[in-house]
Design a protein around this ligand. Structure first.
Ligand code: C2E
Ligand code: MG
Ligand code: MG
Ligand code: MG
Length: 288
């Protein structure tokens, strides 16, 4: 029971949550074939350093354009991939593709760019996760310091084995950030104990940022907390100039969002990054 909306996005007539079942049984077999049929792709969203105005890195975001049902948003298919276990294969494909992309951009004349990849809880806890990651790094020959994994608060606060995995990741040299920070119901203890590098401030806080003091207080508290723990902060979902100015004033390190750029296909992202580097150089030149 589904239809296509005007923008080729797959939508369900949702008679409450009960349709999750239908959705699952319809999409799961299609998703299973998606890699082989080359229906998956990755778009990259730039992250900008608010102090230097330089490029900080890019986040890899998965896209699925199904032959049968058109574009499906990750918010819809990632839960199905997790539930079915397909996320292990899909997640591996995303990491390998992102590493290959990193190398390709370098071959196309770009300086090394940090790429962040989202990792699901099921993927993170898979027994071969660390070995898989190590193998991809060796196989692609990338510098692991330019690879960042985004995990959620629910992973970070989920128990003792997590710290062992994070330590192995640190030994390999990849970076780790906590995604959607501020939305989970977790203890803050893990922040001090875990070898992580960055907090990504959830986009829900951006909306409040210019609508009164409340939102500002929360963002400023997260920034202070992060800096006290030697972590950097990336603000997600920044859409307006006003938000960017507030973030800068509050000491946030990096911002990502539609204000700078939407997630872009690889070629467009390369153009965007090159343009940005060019503007940086002309700025420097004019300051002399
Ligand atoms: P996320 O990792 O928190 O990614 C940020 C989401 O916010 C992305 O949605 C991005 O397109 C969107 N976004 C960026 N800037 C703005 C803005 O200025 N305003 C607004 N309103 N939204 C903005 P997207 O691409 O639909 O992805 C949704 C979620 O799906 C991601 O949230 C992530 O949790 C998950 N996801 C995406 N790709 C992957 C993947 O390869 N693996 C896994 N495990 N999860 C993924
Ligand atoms: Mg993310
Ligand atoms: Mg997020
Ligand atoms: Mg999210």
């Amino acid at each position: 029971i589904a239809k296509r909306s005007g923008k080729q996005q797959y939508r369900f007539y949702d008679s409450a949550e009960g349709d999750m079942h239908d959705q699952y049984f319809k999409m799961e077999p299609l998703l299973k074939k998606a890699i082989r049929r080359q229906e998956l792709s990755i778009v990259y969203q730039p992250q900008v350093n608010l102090n230097t105005c330089e490029l900080h890195g890019v986040e890899a975001l998965l896209r699925w354009n199904s032959a049968e049902i058109g574009f499906v948003s990750p918010a819809e298919f990632i839960p199905i991939a997790e539930e079915s276990g397909l996320i292990v294969t899909i997640g591996e494909w995303v990491i390998r593709s992102a590493c290959l992309q990193m190398k390709e951009w370098q071959q196309q004349g770009m300086r090394p760019v940090k790429v962040s990849v989202n990792v699901s809880i099921r993927q993170f806890y898979h027994t071969e996760f660390v070995d898989m990651l190590q193998a991809i790094i060796e196989e692609t020959g990338i510098d692991p310091r330019f690879l960042e994994l985004e995990i959620t608060e629910s992973i970070a606060s989920s128990g003792d084995i997590v710290i062992g995995i994070l330590q192995q990741l640190k030994e390999i040299g990849v970076h780790v950030s906590i995604d959607d920070f501020g939305t989970g119901y977790s203890s803050l203890r893990y922040l001090r104990e875990f070898p992580i590098d960055c907090l990504k401030i959830d986009q829900s806080f951006m909306r409040d940022l210019t609508e009164g003091k409340k939102g500002e207080d929360i963002v400023s508290t997260i920034v202070t907390l992060a800096h006290n723990l030697d972590l950097i902060t990336v603000a997600e979902g920044t859409e307006t100039k006003e938000q960017v100015q507030r973030l800068k004033a509050l000491g946030c390190d990096v911002a990502q969002g539609y204000y700078f750029s939407r997630p872009l296909p690889p070629e467009e992202c390369l153009e965007w990054m090159k343009q940005m580097e060019k503007e940086m150089r002309t700025d420097e030149g004019s300051q002399k």
